[in-house]
Design a protein around this ligand. Structure first.
Ligand code: GLC
Ligand code: GLC
Length: 653
């Protein structure tokens, strides 16, 4: 067959059909154990998604002489994992295919926690289901819970086995039972797919270390500094505190191993198709445990190419899309969520129905903190206007804090348009949030401060960064109230702006920084542990007491959550930033299901007035109801917002 096709599309179409026709009889023979129904469901999905999968993998691996062998292997893996998939999950597959936009509902609300820190172990998590339901969660992300090295394991992000739960937390059976029980309670389980690297104790790494050539190819290893030096010319340092550059020398094997993060996290070599297949199998195993959304960890780093920064390369996208096609074939209920904490131009490239349907929104997160520090909303409004829109059928996951540091990943170009110098402004934000700036309300710590580049990121809990720690220790009740309002303001925005809001559990009761991590040698060098405290259940028990700090926060946050659940306008992700005429007030309009709301947020500790016509011109009459306070608002010429007030105005009909 000529490789000079009329067009790529026609050629790929013909070749993928021919390939599938060759492979199907062999698959049928091998998987005779499937019932007629199972085989039909599998082959229908295969027919629908194989052409795409073929093209993607051909795009990455066509130069491999044994490409076809690996392709057949991949289909074998998909068929085997499909055969093993529980009936309950197959029912879910059909339901999700019939309603692929289920996650756009305004009832959607995510929560994330560590199993051990939040509830001891998996049984503990199970016992907290009533708590999750009280809060309104429909999605629960449990932080990495797989077997990992003792001591420092990067909070579980160094996985030694994707098939075994860390014995201190439970067993894989308990995890799968938990997934079912959560589902029965209307909560989808979300887990990480840590697929850029394994721990140096994973079976593949151990084999590589024992000299097995085949498994050495699973990683990126070099005998001397020639290649590492060549690569490092263009690499960003991710964890400079731990080791400079991206490689670690292992004397026992006399190799430099690619370790983007810690030296015990070995980057996988996706240039080898065996790695893609092996990880596709691990991914389907997670799906079969009952995971409904996978958080794709560190997506930006999975492909490396000499002479580039080795982040966000085109092949990374092809590979994620190929994983997506595999999931559509053998576990179609499962969604992908991208963790790309990179320049906003790059973040959006991972979002698509064929790639990651969900994505963290690190830009909104960083700019909410920026607006709290500066009391200005121009950069927030400007950036959201230009960058909030994402492909149809996808959703942002909006958050204010997560287990990681805050990086100031706004676009320097956006900032420059407003006359802001990105580098200088980041210096200010770092000073502000590490308490080095006079007058700051924040109590945070620097993370991975790099004297070579001046880079720094921020650690700290939401409450401590928003001023609650300082106010409780050093100030009056007025300051305490302002801190609570800051927390509620930014949560109010993630609950209303469009997409799935994600709570970092513990923030709902205002957990403060926990400096005890400093006493644990496995954690002391990583300031992110300051915002990974044990859940203080004695404090959570005060959540109904409106005289306690916890109750003052929790009850008001619950009201904002209820507001979201009840307001049809807040479903989906369409959002229009509106001009408010004030640099201190951020505003946007949401409409859906025949309802329309205007959200206005005052980012200062002073009252702010805005001209009423700014809102009226978006179809709001002078009589509105504020859904936050449930009070009728009549405005003629101006509308006044109290310090840190969030209005959610609903036009009266
Ligand atoms: C992700 C995780 C982070 C981890 C890193 C390496 O960014 O969120 O906690 O350190 O990947 O796995
Ligand atoms: C992630 C991000 C980086 C983040 C780190 C974890 O992959 O890209 O910005 O800080 O891992 O802290």
């Amino acid at each position: 067959m000529s490789t000079q096709p009329l067009s790529d599309a026609v050629w790929y179409e013909a070749q993928s059909r021919r390939t599938l026709a060759r492979l199907l009889p062999r698959l049928a023979d091998r998987y005779r154990a499937m019932t007629a129904d199972q085989w039909l469901a599998f082959t229908q999905r295969l027919a629908a998604h194989f052409p795409r999968l073929f093209k993607l993998l051909h795009g990455v691996y066509s130069e491999q002489y044994d490409f076809f062998y690996y392709l057949e292997e991949l289909l074998n893996i998909a068929a085997r994992m499909w055969l093993e998939r529980a009936d309950e999950l197959k029912v879910l597959d059909v339901a999700r295919e019939q309603n692929p936009q289920w996650f756009q509902a305004n009832q959607m609300l995510g929560g994330v926690c560590y199993v051990d820190l939040f509830a001891g172990d998996l049984n503990g998590i199970r016992s907290k289901i009533p708590y999750f339901k009280e809060l309104g969660l429909t999605y629960l992300h449990l932080m990495p819970l797989f077997r990992c090295p003792d001591g420092n394991n990067d909070g579980g992000y160094a996985v030694s086995s994707y098939r075994e739960v860390d014995p201190q937390l439970g067993t894989i059976e308990q995890l799968s039972d938990l997934a079912s029980e959560l589902r029965a309670n209307g909560i989808s389980l979300v887990l990480d797919f840590v697929f850029n690297h394994t721990s140096d104790e994973h079976a593949w790494a151990l084999k590589a270390r024992s000299g097995d050539r085949e498994f050495q190819e699973f990683y990126r290893m070099f005998p001397d500094r020639t290649m590492p030096d060549a690569y490092e010319k263009n690499l960003r340092e991710i964890f400079p505190d731990e080791h400079p550059g991206a490689f670690t020398y292992f004397p026992d094997i006399e190799r430099w191993v690619w370790t983007t993060f810690h030296s015990f996290q070995w980057d996988l070599n996706y240039a080898h198709p065996a790695v893609f297949n092996a990880m596709a199998e691990e991914m389907l195993a997670l799906a079969n445990v009952g995971v409904e959304a996978l958080r794709l960890d560190a997506v930006a780093f999975i492909w490396k190419q000499l002479g580039t920064g080795c982040e966000n390369l085109p092949e990374a996208h092809l590979l994620i899309q190929a994983f997506n096609a595999v999931a559509r074939i053998a576990a179609p209920a499962m969604l992908f969520k991208s963790e790309a904490i990179v320049h906003p131009d790059e973040v959006v490239k991972y979002i698509g129905q064929d790639e990651c349907q969900l994505s963290y929104n690190p830009l909104l997160m960083a700019l909410l903190w920026n607006s709290l520090a500066t009391r200005k909303t121009r950069l927030l409004a400007h950036s959201m206007k230009a960058r909030f829109k994402i492909p149809m059928g996808c959703a942002w996951v909006n958050y204010v804090r997560c287990h990681d540091d805050i990086g100031w990943t706004f676009s320097d170009e956006d900032a420059a348009q407003l006359g802001i110098n990105g580098y200088d402004h980041r210096q200010f934000l770092n000073a502000f949030y590490t308490s080095r700036f006079e007058g700051t309300f924040a109590r945070g710590l620097p993370f991975q401060e790099n004297p070579k580049t001046g880079d720094c990121r921020i650690s700290g809990t939401c409450a401590s960064l928003a001023g609650l720690e300082k106010a409780l220790n050093e100030e009056s009740n007025v300051e305490v109230e302002l801190a609570l309002r800051r927390i509620l303001l930014i949560h109010g925005i993630i609950l209303t702006i469009g997409g799935i809001p994600l709570l970092y559990l513990g923030d709902e009761i205002g957990q403060l920084n926990d400096y005890n991590y400093y006493n644990d040698p496995a954690k002391a060098d990583d300031s992110r542990w300051v915002h990974r405290p044990f859940m203080k259940w004695a404090k959570a028990d005060q959540r109904s007491d409106i005289t306690a700090i916890e109750g003052r926060l929790y009850q008001r946050l619950r009201k904002l959550i209820a507001l979201r659940q009840e307001c049809a306008a807040l479903a989906g992700g369409e959002m229009d930033v509106i001009e408010t005429g004030s640099d201190h007030v951020f505003g946007f309009v949401r409409s859906n299901g025949g309802e329309r709301v205007a959200v206005l947020a005052n980012f200062t500790e002073q009252p702010q007035s805005i001209e009423a016509y700014h809102i009226r011109q978006h179809g709001f009459t002078q009589d509105c109801v504020d859904l936050v306070t449930k009070i009728d608002i009549a405005f003629e010429h101006t509308l006044t917002l109290e310090p840190y007030q969030l209005y959610c105005l609903n036009a009266k009909t």
